[in-house]
Design a binder for this molecule. Sequence first.
Ligand SMILES: *[C@@H]1O[C@H](CO)[C@@H](O)[C@H](O)[C@H]1NC(C)=O
Ligand SMILES: *[C@@H]1O[C@H](CO)[C@@H](O)[C@H](O)[C@H]1NC(C)=O
Ligand SMILES: *[C@@H]1O[C@H](CO)[C@@H](O)[C@H](O)[C@H]1NC(C)=O
Ligand SMILES: *[C@@H]1O[C@H](CO)[C@@H](O)[C@H](O)[C@H]1NC(C)=O
Ligand SMILES: *[C@@H]1O[C@H](CO)[C@@H](O)[C@H](O)[C@H]1NC(C)=O
Ligand SMILES: *[C@@H]1O[C@H](CO)[C@@H](O)[C@H](O)[C@H]1NC(C)=O
Ligand SMILES: *[C@@H]1O[C@H](CO)[C@@H](O)[C@H](O)[C@H]1NC(C)=O
Ligand SMILES: *[C@@H]1O[C@H](CO)[C@@H](O)[C@H](O)[C@H]1NC(C)=O
Ligand SMILES: *[C@@H]1O[C@H](CO)[C@@H](O)[C@H](O)[C@H]1NC(C)=O
Length: 393
Amino acid sequence: MTCLRILCMYYLIWTTSANALFSTIGNVYYNMSYNSTSTIITHLIVKKQLLCAAQCANQFANCNTAVFDSSITPQSASILYRWNTTGITVAGASNGSTGTADNLLLNPYGTALGSFDSLYIADFNNNRIQKWLSNASNGTTMAGLSNGTYGRSSVALTLPVSVALDPNDNMYFTDRDNHRVVYWANGASSGTTIAGITGTPGSTNDTLCGPCGIARDSNTGTLYIADTFNHRIMQYLLNASSGTVVAGGNGPGSNNTQLAYPYGFTFDSPSNSLFIANYPNNNIVRWVLGASSWTLVIGSPTGLSGDTSTLLNNPVGITLDPLGNIYVADSGNHRIQFFIAGQSNGTTIAGVTGSSGISQNQLNYPYWVTVDNQLNLYVSDNSNNRVQFFSHS
Ligand SMILES: *[C@@H]1O[C@H](CO)[C@@H](O)[C@H](O)[C@H]1NC(C)=O
Ligand SMILES: *[C@@H]1O[C@H](CO)[C@@H](O)[C@H](O)[C@H]1NC(C)=O
Ligand SMILES: *[C@@H]1O[C@H](CO)[C@@H](O)[C@H](O)[C@H]1NC(C)=O
Ligand SMILES: *[C@@H]1O[C@H](CO)[C@@H](O)[C@H](O)[C@H]1NC(C)=O
Ligand SMILES: *[C@@H]1O[C@H](CO)[C@@H](O)[C@H](O)[C@H]1NC(C)=O
Ligand SMILES: *[C@@H]1O[C@H](CO)[C@@H](O)[C@H](O)[C@H]1NC(C)=O
Ligand SMILES: *[C@@H]1O[C@H](CO)[C@@H](O)[C@H](O)[C@H]1NC(C)=O
Ligand SMILES: *[C@@H]1O[C@H](CO)[C@@H](O)[C@H](O)[C@H]1NC(C)=O
Ligand SMILES: *[C@@H]1O[C@H](CO)[C@@H](O)[C@H](O)[C@H]1NC(C)=O
């Protein structure tokens, strides 16, 4: 089957007898062409902001009216991507000030977008999860103690790293130094431990050691947890109290059966695989679920670090957009790198390579990057204690 990824936004795609054809409405940044003479793409009219990732030619469930001929093969894709390199502080203080007041953050880590573009932030050293409404000047504590006190209970956290949301903004987050994952319903005043029940570190199938990244498959409710200090990724099926190792688990290392301190990763449903940032190995690897080893996607196969367009330096967060393009929080290079799907030579789209700082075009150890449905970026600027927004144009 021919598999495509199409970001349905601002498009009209239509067909003529031979070649296709792309759109004319609004901003166009994906231009597909086909050599098939039997192309049947009939008036694929997609509403603005209806985000739909069609991965396979005949699976267009989320698009309104589209008919695809599965013999179509994409011949070329010219893509125009551009982001404003001047950021806007959307959470925390732009001057980097820290504290527990509700307009401040302390070493923000993972971020996630909730309803109405609200931004959920693991406010790591404040031991709480904050929610910032779009354009708000202050955040609200959704989990943990708002005064920043750490603890280990149904209300107190110790160093939460990242949060995943379901469609109702219920939260699943890693509570790193409590070695657990907590489920906290939207608006609830306490949470429930759902993985790492004992709260003590371990490497059995029901314990975790310093979990960091988390992802949730919204189709099945399965959770994927970066069990960072065990150098593995765990899969927990819906409601399960123990998990299975789906990547790594062979000690820290750089061979293709191993991971090393995986902080960030993302679950890619179309390819049924995990894209994992191998922090000290300075690379991004892809691990298909069920496979026993990874394949290299970006960076050095041997762990070499660098600041060129093909190398990374301590990558932490990684995300994909619906087209399969990759965004990496290349923390040690103080930049966000962008890689077009299938390419390992990237470009810097936020931050200045090798130059940490607090001006609006700089970052200081960016740890996480989240992309919204218009490809705007939210970057957790960890050492600047703020979250920066970079608009896509
Ligand atoms: C980029 O963003 C900055 C800050 O919001 C704004 O002043 C500037 O006009 C934007 N530049 C472009 C080209 O949109
Ligand atoms: C930094 O920003 C915060 C929040 O806007 C403000 O309260 C504080 O006075 C600023 N500090 C300095 C030194 O400007
Ligand atoms: C935001 O938080 C600051 C610091 O706590 C407070 O002074 C200010 O009144 C708050 N603003 C709003 C709109 O709640
Ligand atoms: C936030 O501000 C931007 C720019 O002023 C505006 O376009 C947007 O609609 C605002 N969002 C909300 C939810 O108010
Ligand atoms: C923080 O809040 C909790 C819960 O209200 C309280 O028990 C604790 O004493 C507070 N800690 C500080 C330092 O204020
Ligand atoms: C998972 O647990 C929830 C809450 O207890 C329950 O409503 C749901 O039916 C369970 N789902 C499965 C598949 O066990
Ligand atoms: C976890 O390990 C225990 C003991 O080895 C085993 O009985 C159980 O089936 C395992 N659970 C999963 C989900 O693999
Ligand atoms: C990778 O490392 C593991 C753990 O040290 C080892 O058992 C395995 O043989 C290594 N594999 C390769 C291909 O080197
Ligand atoms: C990466 O892309 C840049 C810009 O197009 C180009 O100059 C450079 O040669 C490429 N590097 C590699 C290793 O392909």
